[in-house]
Design a protein around this ligand. Sequence first.
Ligand code: NAD
Ligand code: GLY
Length: 359
Amino acid sequence: MKTLTVGLPDGAYEIRIGNGLLMELGAALLPFRGEEVPVVVVTDENVWAHYHAPFAAALAAAGIAFVPAVFPAGETNKCLGGLGRLYDVFAEAGLPRGGLVVAFGGGVIGDLAGFAAATWMRGVRFVQVPTTLLAQVDSSVGGKTAVNHTRGKNLIGAFYQPKLVVIDPETLRTLPAREVRGGMAEVIKYGAIRSRSLFDKLDRDADPAALPEIIEACCRVKAGIVSRDERDLGERMLLNFGHTFGHAIERRHGYGHYTHGEAVAFGMVIAARLGECLALTQPGAADALRRLLARHRLEPDYPEAPGALMSAMESDKKSGGGGVRVVFLRRIGEAFTREMRFADLEAALAPPGEASAQR
Ligand code: NAD
Ligand code: GLY
């Protein structure tokens, strides 16, 4: 088992990574259980179908009773309606201020359970047990919790840190291949923004046996960034590399058409190409990124002209006034942000002939 620490002023917490950790989950939860009341486990139907038995055995071994809140799989439950149903389970279970919520699933479950924990009785403890690659390398760490509003994703949320993150990479064995590929886009993102050695390792070694080490490398980068910028005011924005364009792609095509990871893969290549065009990014970085994404069976090239994304980008909640903050690569392994006016972005994204006609 590897243990990393997320160091924060209001309390550090551990990220534990290791094959088989699900079997030892009961013992890991004991220090956080507080009052002798059942723990509420928030999960979805797919995860529960695969892991109900080992989960129940692990908690029974530590003498911990639990109440499951099992949601249908998918983003549609990450909303105020889903949150209301979860509060009903908390009320029914008599979850007290000193109780514990366990998020057992992907990013949807982690975000929903985390926000419910942040707000129930003004905050109860919660532990993240992520089961998708995306959640293991990204969403379970750092305390961003949220539900969606009809006007947009993650509009209702809070920064609320878990007490512990327990990552068992063996749970990825049952994850559908498309979800694994989507998570790999986020893994590649960490290499691109912060770690040339991770980027090169991913190029050499696409073996699933290497996953625990890769997850650890990503969590190490994220833990460091979150420790320095919990509230997303500076360095943490680098984690949005590819996401400005990726979110616009998801919105333009309707959520679910492309997975988040597939859209981020397109977005990273668009951002790297844009950086090269603006002489901000070392030439060749976009091609290196394209090759690595393709090696991990992700389609690197968005099939439409990127200029088509402008209207979707202008409605992004993070767009302030007449512009947007874009994450650029300086080179593979190093990133920075720059505020761009929409007019300049539109001109830069236009095909070469059109760009010169506009000037
Ligand atoms: P998800 O939670 O919907 O899981 C994807 C699918 O995999 C679901 O069908 C789920 O049932 C299934 N699944 C999960 N684990 C499984 C397993 N081990 N075996 C078999 N099936 C399994 O999707 P996701 O990609 O994990 O998360 C996406 C969500 O995360 C979005 O809502 C996004 O906004 C959020 N997110 C949050 C953060 C953050 O920092 N909080 C960061 C990135 C993304
Ligand atoms: N997933 C981006 C962040 O945690 O900031």
